[in-house]
Design a protein around this ligand. Structure first.
Ligand code: IMP
Length: 196
């Protein structure tokens, strides 16, 4: 069993990633499992920069092999916003409900609803150079909230080819097509190819 820390304080992400990696021989440790209760900074202006920053924080201070993700929602009609600033779209200290409300307000009357979620995962193992994995899912922004599952922008994101939002899907269905699901599968393939 390979043990690896997922450097996130987001319990939803941890649950998703553990579900995706179940049965792969990879055990995902949480920050709590390694007694890390830090407020890990993410101050980069790129997803990859933030993912690397979070993974490096844990590797350097706690010594564990680890990975971190950063995700952004890119909305075409908003010039790609909120993008890397998705977590603080409604301003610092605001929660997901405020971010989603602002997004719907900024999209009111807009017919071009095209959007995508993009995830970058950065992996740090031993003394090796960092390796990054990308996952994207295309979709559109709904006109109002639908569904109770998931987190963040899930109630307003309808993936391409579906007639429901991520928040109306089971975890399994979301993971099978989501940005994070795709990036985590690449991570799992990479880890599965290693012999140690
Ligand atoms: P971060 O990757 O934790 O920095 O997330 C950036 C923002 O995107 C936060 O507001 C999250 O709630 C949101 N977010 C990240 N992943 C997802 C997802 O899978 N669904 C919906 N929102 C997400």
């Amino acid at each position: 069993m390979k043990q690896i820390v997922f450097a996130t304080n987001n319990a939803h992400k941890l649950k998703e990633v553990r579900e995706i990696l179940e049965g792969t021989g990879i055990e995902v440790l949480s920050l709590g499992d390694i007694n890390c209760h830090d407020d890990i900074p993410e101050t980069s202006d790129t997803l990859q920069g933030n993912a690397l920053q979070k993974a490096c924080w844990v590797k350097e201070r706690y010594g564990y092999d680890c990975f971190a993700d950063d995700t952004g929602l890119e909305v075409d009609a908003l010039g790609g916003a909120p993008g890397v600033y998705s977590a603080r779209y409604a301003g610092p200290g605001h929660d997901s409900a405020a971010n989603v409300a602002l997004l719907l307000e900024n999209m009111s009357g807009e017919d071009n609803r095209k959007a995508r979620f993009r995830t970058v995962i950065a992996l740090l193992r031993g003394d090796l150079a960092p390796v990054c994995f990308n996952g994207v899912v295309e979709g559109e922004i709904a006109r109002e909230l639908h569904g109770e599952n998931g987190f963040g922008y899930d109630p307003v994101f309808r993936p391409e080819g579906a007639d429901v939002t991520f928040a109306e899907m089971t975890d399994e269905d979301k993971n099978s097509i989501s940005h994070r699901g795709r990036a985590v599968k690449l991570l799992a393939e990479y880890l599965g190819q290693l012999n140690d």
